[in-house]
Design a protein around this ligand. Structure first.
Ligand code: PLP
Length: 640
């Protein structure tokens, strides 16, 4: 394709996109295809010879579009919005056209500098404290665009881990880093997004998942007690991930309380994940939701969710950029340049080396809409959500399950979880509306999010009419005790698969892994050689943990740690959630003594334990016992 043809095809593509967006209403919001549908429509090999562009585009309409879920559809109310706007699309188009890879300032100065400036713009608009802004006099902080909120959480956890290990290593220079790592504990709420757990797995640290209050908000006292008790066990709290606007129900952790409590644990990194809600803080009346941000070390929000910016554009700000980059710097000669000391090199702020010119689209959006236009958009969605909430409240058969502060309404039919599952299934199956479930306070709820950019009050009323129609039908059928029969006849497998896909997109692990409910809360088995640990100058006598009654630990590759609970009659399986299996140490490991990690507080203990472990190792047979892996659910074979 030469530039003459590109001009022609480019105009046609713009036309196609405009038509697509303008006529979305004529399409089903969700596709009605089965897995593998596309394989039957496309050849199994790439064409040897060039193909005609018209033919390619005709295949887009005939073969690709039937398998697309239309996230910009006025009937799409699932998840959170997928940011989309014409200025943003044009920004991406220009970025792709320029095609630079801005990993360092020298690799494309404008790419780096625009990102810094635009992140300062947005940070100011959100109301972040000055220390998060790169260009503020005396500031050590700054912002960066990452691919996703998951990546923001990961890189901040990596930075916190590096800081914690550095600190511990300075205190205990002769303790091996692996042992220090085994002491680190991160914290989040049960309502936090599952990306926190994934980050902990990648960082190879333990994560204590805490119970929030009845409003799905993590409280300061809960986190304080957990950290205090973990310290008594010889563990080292190093990272707390809080959420402003949880995925399940858009709940807000109590940041002021948590921030205050964390001051008692100097060195612990406080991260704030506001992937969806953070965008709304550009509205002055919503800034109170950001209260407590002054305690935070880092903050992320996704303009690609709720600020009309296309994926990918997840913005992260840190209080201290050196603390972030020192965890991620590698500096080979071929990437060095003459201005390394004077300029920002964003390759040190994240995992990938190569970076797209993503700031262009955010710059286009901020300039085209202005802050006032974006505020109008946010307020409009909130108004629509309030309208939907009112409709739900008027029908006494339904209840509202969250505090509707932004664009997400959680609701359910008064009745069993099963009834609500059925309601959602038949609505989604119809293709007339698309919503997803979540679990709030251990109850199955349906999430309704204002999503489409230009959604109207009529769209909300229409959606409610559909919900009511299906609810009427369902309740009628229930009354006649016929529904279960009808449902069972409906392609059971397909439904189960779809449901499992929906629920994996929301945060509560209990939904997607029934094993967690079955297994209960695993107890931390981490006996230390020393009964006394100390924080600061005050020695503290180790006590039995009580926190584990309402929290659980996500343990990275726990089975490798050789702990043996069976020995003490404590036959609690360790969760290995990402595989949906329960993993238990083999009983043949009895009396190994391994799993009793030495305390970094006491290097002498460490030496003793190491000697002891060496002796045990020698006594053990050279072949390691296999792990006992129990499948917990026959339906969980498919990792999707
Ligand atoms: N954090 C929160 C609060 C979210 O709601 C989500 C997704 O909805 C994420 C993190 C993950 O976002 P991403 O897909 O950008 O990794």
């Amino acid at each position: 394709m030469d530039s003459t043809e590109f001009r022609k095809r480019g105009m046609e593509m713009v036309e196609y996109i405009c038509n697509y967006l303008e006529t979305l209403n004529d399409r089903r919001v969700t596709p009605s295809v089965e897995p593998g549908y596309l394989r039957h429509l496309l050849p199994s090999e790439a064409p040897q010879e060039p193909e005609d562009w018209d033919q390619i585009m005709s295949d887009v309409e005939d073969k690709i579009m039937p398998g697309v879920t239309h996230w910009q559809h006025p009937r799409f109310h699932a998840y959170f919005p997928a940011g989309n706007s014409f200025p943003s699309i044009l920004g991406d188009m220009l970025g792709d056209g320029i095609g630079c890879i801005g990993f360092s300032w020298a690799a494309s100065p404008a790419c780096t500098e625009l990102e810094t400036i635009v992140l300062d713009w947005l940070g100011k608009a959100i109301g972040l404290p000055d220390h998060f802004l790169a260009l503020k006099e005396g500031s050590t902080g700054g912002g960066v665009i990452q691919t996703s909120a998951s990546e923001c959480v990961l890189v901040t956890m990596l930075a916190a881990r590096a800081q914690a290990l550095k600190r511990l290593k300075a205190q205990h220079p002769f303790v091996e880093e692996g042992h220090l790592l085994s002491k680190l504990m991160a914290y989040c709420s049960k309502e936090a997004h599952s990306c926190v757990e994934k980050a902990a797995m990648i960082c190879f640290v333990k994560l204590r998942i805490l119970e929030p209050d009845e409003n799905a908000s993590l409280r300061g006292q809960t986190i304080y007690e957990a950290m205090e008790e973990d310290e008594l066990q010889g563990l080292v709290p190093f990272f707390v991930s809080t959420t402003l606007g949880t995925t399940g129900s858009c709940a807000f952790d109590n940041l002021p309380e948590i921030g205050k409590q964390l001051q008692r644990f100097p060195g612990v990194w406080l991260h704030v994940d506001a992937a969806y809600a953070g965008n709304s803080f550009i509205c002055p009346e919503l800034k109170p939701l950001l209260k407590g941000i002054e305690y935070a070390d880092s903050f992320n929000t996704n303009p690609n969710k709720w600020l009309l910016t296309n994926f990918d554009c997840s913005t992260l700000w840190v209080r201290d950029r050196i603390r972030l980059t020192s965890a991620l710097v590698v500096d080979p000669l071929y990437l060095k340049h003459g201005y390394s000391d004077a300029a920002i090199d964003y390759r040190h702020w994240g995992v990938p080396l190569s970076r797209r010119f993503r700031s262009l689209k955010l710059w286009f959006v901020l300039r085209s809409y202005g802050i006032s236009g974006l505020q109008h958009y946010i307020r409009h969605h909130i108004k629509l959500a309030k309208r939907f909430e009112e409709l739900v409240l008027k029908d006494k058969r339904f209840e509202i399950c969250n505090q509707v502060k932004l664009g997400l309404v959680c609701f359910r039919l008064k009745g069993s979880d099963k009834l609500n599952e059925k309601l959602l299934s038949i609505i989604n199956e119809s293709g007339k509306l698309h919503m997803v479930p979540a679990s709030v306070n251990d109850r199955y709820i349906i999430r309704f999010c204002a999503v489409a950019q230009n959604a109207t009050a009529e769209d909300i009323d229409y959606a409610w009419d559909i919900i009511v129609d299906f609810a009427n039908e369902l309740l009628e059928k229930e009354q006649h005790d016929e529904l279960s029969e009808i449902m069972n006849r409906k392609k059971q497998d397909t439904l189960a698969q779809k449901r499992s896909f929906f629920v994996r997109m929301v945060s509560d692990p209990k939904i997607y892994n029934p094993a967690i409910n079955k297994a209960g809360t695993p107890k931390l088995s981490m006996e230390l050689p020393s009964p006394v640990v100390s924080r600061g100058s005050a020695p503290i006598i180790r006590t039995q943990s009580s926190v584990d009654h309402n929290s659980w630990i996500s343990w990275p590759l726990a089975f490798l740690f050789n702990s043996n609970n069976e020995e003490k009659g404590n036959n609690v399986s360790l969760r290995f959630r990402h595989l949906d299996t329960n993993v238990r140490p083999s009983s043949s490991r009895r009396n190994s003594g391994a799993g009793s990690s030495p305390s970094p507080e006491n290097e002498l203990d460490y030496v003793n334990v190491q000697q002891h472990q060496q002796q045990q190792q020698e006594q053990r047979s050279p072949r390691r016992s296999p792990m006992v892996v129990r499948k917990t659910s026959a339906t969980r074979e498919n990792p999707n």
